[in-house]
Design a protein around this ligand. Structure first.
Ligand code: MEV
Length: 430
């Protein structure tokens, strides 16, 4: 896959749609088909959609933007983001620029191991059942491997079994078997679910119990991705705000989220603004990633911040983020949806782990954008300009009128639909 030769595209923001695509083709060597797909002209058709879900009646569009300036593990990456919320793409791009000055994002990921759960009820003798499962482990793993010879052929496959006994549930004790399975470049839900279903008769035979649910867990805590960044001293200064003031303000904002679940939910939502946008753009299952993120945020028994911000020895700001990242680059919509295919080509990632790492970097950048704004001039100032454009469009403005109406709304400090409608009337007449 091509990917970008550089993610520094100064002035990209000021180009029109065609010029931006032109620029992407130049830096990332996109094919004409990819360009068309990104533009939406050759996106998902209603006919394709009808093969994807039941009762399809059409397709639903979302804005697709490209975040610039990202450097992940030394590689420049242009990041596609599908999202309806203003400020997200701009925020990520700006923070990626600040992080770039400190070496960009350093990201890591664990092997792509997913967990399938098999619930076993009515086990006559727990101790004996556990012992028999343990002795049959090699055989069970071999059987699980047969579920997906393609993944096994690529070096993936069943890795381990974990046995858990839940003594005290509302229906009494139960044995839970975890099958750990390396899904390589696939998200792997289908493989895991199939493996769990196929293993079930053998598990019943070994335990003497009754298997009930057989399904993957979205708390994919064996498939983690992490990102860190450093914003060097003076990197955060702007306007009347010194670097130290912004930096310490960000650490204080993070401490609030670390200590309080009400704030942590919003803090993590800001992280997911960035993460979901890339997950959606690449045709991945954003509900799975959301579920994994929030469950991971509560893994210590109390819901808390997914990220961590601190001050380094040279006065720099250090950010860290770690969370489960169950995404793939093969299977599902990733290779069916034309725009998702084009987005993967633009990213230039060649493994699911690489994609997981880029996505985590974007989550950290997005968190920084939100905290920097909240800790200084507040979120509304930057937000209002873009929000005003949406209000102008909702009020019926088109073409040049959108910008005129939006600017006037911001100047008046009245970003409201009724005022926008008045202005549209007024400007049209004048
Ligand atoms: C809005 O979509 C996201 C923020 O609320 C995140 C945060 O508060 O950290 C700005």
């Amino acid at each position: 896959m091509p990917g970008a030769s550089s993610s520094r595209l100064p002035g990209f923001y000021d180009l029109d749609l065609d010029q931006r695509l032109e620029e992407l083709s130049r830096t990332a060597g996109l094919t004409p088909e990819s360009r068309q797909a990104l533009r939406g002209a050759a996106g998902l058709t209603a006919d394709q959609a009808a093969h994807m879900i039941e009762n399809a009646v059409g397709v639903f569009g979302l804005p697709l933007g490209v975040a610039v300036n990202f450097q992940v593990n030394g590689r420049d990456v242009l990041v596609p983001m599908a999202i309806e919320e203003p400020s997200v793409v701009a925020g990520a791009s700006f923070m990626a620029k600040l992080a770039r000055a400190g070496g960009g994002f350093v990201c890591r990921s664990s092997p792509p191991e997913m967990i399938a759960q098999i619930q076993v009820l009515d086990v006559p003798d727990m101790e004996r059942a556990c012992a028999r499962l343990n002795s049959a482990k090699a055989e069970i793993l071999k059987q699980a491997d047969n579920t997906d010879p393609v993944i096994a052929g690529l070096g993936g496959g069943a890795r381990d079994l974990e046995i858990r006994v839940l003594e005290d549930t509302p229906v009494g004790p139960m044995l839970i078997l975890h099958l750990i399975f390396d899904t390589r470049d696939a998200m792997g839900a289908n493989t895991l679910n199939t493996a769990a279903e196929r293993l079930s008769p053998e598990i019943e035979r070994l335990t003497g119990g009754r298997t009930h649910l057989r399904i993957l867990s979205n708390l994919a805590d064996r498939r983690l991705a992490s990102a860190t960044c450093r914003i060097p001293a003076n990197g955060l200064a702007f306007g009347d705000f010194s670097h130290e003031r912004v930096r310490d303000g960000i650490v204080e904002a993070w401490a609030f989220a670390a200590a309080d679940p009400y704030r942590a939910a919003t803090h993590n939502k800001g992280i997911m603004n960035g993460i979901d946008a890339v997950v959606v753009a690449t045709g991945n299952d954003w509900r799975a990633v959301e579920a994994g993120a929030h469950a991971y945020a509560a893994r210590g028994g109390r819901y808390t911040s997914l990220s961590r911000w601190s001050v380094g020895a040279q006065g720099e700001l250090i950010g860290e983020l770690e969370l489960p990242m169950a995404v793939g680059i093969v299977g599902g919509a990733t290779r069916v949806h034309p725009a998702a295919k084009a987005c993967l080509a633009l990213l230039g990632v060649s493994t699911s782990r690489e994609l997981a790492e880029v996505i985590t970097a974007v989550g950290l950048a997005q968190n920084l954008a939100a905290l920097r704004a909240l800790a200084t001039e507040g979120i509304q100032r930057g937000h209002m300009g873009l929000h005003a454009r949406q209000i102008a469009i909702a009020a019926g403005a088109e073409g040049d009128l959108i910008e005129r109406v939006a600017s006037q709304l911001v100047v008046e400090g009245a970003v409201r639909l009724d005022r926008a409608q008045e202005l549209v009337e007024q400007f049209r007449v004048g």
